[in-house]
Design a binder for this molecule. Structure first.
Ligand SMILES: NC(=O)c1ccc[n+]([C@@H]2O[C@H](COP(=O)([O-])OP(=O)(O)OC[C@H]3O[C@@H](n4cnc5c(N)ncnc54)[C@H](O)[C@@H]3O)[C@@H](O)[C@H]2O)c1
Length: 149
């Protein structure tokens, strides 16, 4: 399996934004995809406020925060979001289609060896399967809320 360097987080909501932040803190380049720029803006705000608090507490420097921000990209287009992804981390709800369908679409647009990690709290990992061709690339990566804790 190749080394994971680029992570695409699907969904910029409560879970997705914070999953993206901790992935950036862990050194990954992170692309965040949501269905509309207004959701991406909200996710960016959540991430920025979280890091601003850490700067205030003296946990990270302002320079470190800027470096972390530089690891993040925000995109709506699914193909653009996943074209270089080593791992796709699903942190969205089912409002824009059932996860099986979204997982299949993402899987078809992503590199063949992308790992699809889902944060689902309720769906069967076995049933998601990204279309069924490479079920060994689908994993459960469940975070409790808040993911940073
Ligand atoms: N909130 C929790 O406590 C919690 C804990 C563990 C797991 N989860 C799982 O995480 C998922 C997300 O929960 P949340 O609280 O972050 O929801 P949320 O409503 O805060 O955010 C969901 C985001 O996903 C976006 N979205 C919907 N469909 C999309 C798609 N196809 N592609 C990209 N983005 C899409 C929405 O626009 C929204 O911005 C839940 O469905 C749940 O299974 C949630």
């Amino acid at each position: 399996m190749k080394e994971v360097k680029n992570i695409t987080v699907l969904g910029a909501g409560a879970m997705g934004a914070t999953i993206a932040a901790i992935a950036a803190e862990a050194g990954y380049k992170v692309t965040i995809r949501d269905v509309d720029n207004k959701f991406l803006d909200k996710g960016r705000q959540v991430i920025t406020e979280g890091w601003d608090k850490r700067v205030k507490r003296g946990e990270i420097t302002a320079e470190a925060k800027n470096e972390l921000m530089g690891r993040l990209s925000f995109v709506v287009d699914t193909k653009e979001a996943v074209k270089n992804a080593d791992m796709g981390d699903r942190g969205h709800t089912g409002d824009h289609g059932p996860e099986e369908k979204v997982a299949k679409e993402v899987s078809e647009l992503a590199p063949d060896d992308m790992i699809y990690a889902t944060n689902t709290s309720s769906l069967s990992i076995t049933e998601i399967r990204c279309g069924g061709e490479t079920p060994e690339r689908v994993v459960g990566a469940h975070y409790f809320n808040p993911p940073a804790v």
